[in-house]
Design a protein around this ligand. Structure first.
Ligand code: SAM
Length: 237
């Protein structure tokens, strides 16, 4: 691997494994930082559940499913809500401390959680660690933290492989505003990850749409939140 990219991977990995208040708040840990506001924390999962239900209606998929996978579950704000819909919930993360926290949130109330710790440089490890096809793939507030665009494309290809035939996915990216110039990959790598991690990797809506279709997904709907440049892609296989 390119040594610069490898160096960046190490920084990303280290940051998400850091156990301090600012990273705990960024990891959506219940009761930490802005998530001392319990309503705000619960709303994360509830809002994503609404989008999931819309996707189920649009595709005719049942909301009660056998298995789902979330890429980057953080402190479990989605897991605490989606546990009522999936018999098994695979939480895939590079941070062992976030996976432990997610598991902790579900302790005693849900036996279907399976933490899947991956090496940041080997996201394809999920294919050997998750041995059943999943019905639903979820990733929110994660793609913007990836080291670069190609990493996000790789993860999206893995999502496709993890899904059962006709499986569905809800993937949120941060999009570039129309006026923003494209930043070259080399410049991206030279940027300071800790200072820019909330919008480190962005895509244009069109580029990500095309990328999903090239992988094999059908784009069913896209929901935009312009104030925070979030685009939610509702797709199926
Ligand atoms: C902002 S939290 C999102 C939590 C949750 N998805 C939500 O919406 O509340 C980002 C999570 O992504 C994880 N993460 C960062 N980079 C990752 C990567 N390359 N692969 C898997 N997880 C990653 C972090 O450790 C953290 O748990």
């Amino acid at each position: 691997m390119n040594p610069e990219r490898y160096k960046l991977f190490k920084i990303v990995n280290q940051i998400w494994n850091q156990n301090d208040l600012s990273m705990n708040s960024l990891s959506h840990i219940r009761g930490q930082g802005k998530f001392r506001d319990e309503t705000r924390w619960i709303r994360i999962g509830e809002d994503n559940l609404d989008k999931y239900k819309t996707l189920c209606i649009l595709t005719g998929y049942s909301t009660n499913i056998k298995a789902m996978a979330e890429w980057g579950p953080g402190g479990g704000a989605n897991a605490i809500i989606f546990k009522d819909y999936a018999q098994t919930f695979y939480g895939i993360d590079i941070s062992s401390k976030n996976l432990s926290e997610c598991e902790n949130q579900l302790k005693g109330i849900y036996s279907g959680f399976r933490g899947v710790l991956i090496d940041i440089a080997k996201p394809e490890q999920v294919l050997s660690k998750i041995k059943e096809p999943v019905d639903f793939f979820l990733s929110t507030s994660v793609y913007q933290h990836f080291p670069d665009q190609s990493y996000g494309i790789e993860v999206t290809k893995l999502a496709y492989q993890l899904l059962t035939n006709n499986g569905i996915a809800l993937i949120q990216i941060r999009y570039k505003r129309f006026a923003e110039n494209k930043i070259e990959e080399a410049k991206l790598l030279a940027r300071d990850y800790p200072a820019h991690l909330c919008h480190f990797t962005t895509y244009s809506i069109e580029d990500f749409w095309v990328c999903l279709e090239q992988i094999g997904f059908n784009v069913i709907n896209v929901i935009l939140e312009p104030k925070i440049t979030y685009a939610y892609f509702l797709v199926n296989k």
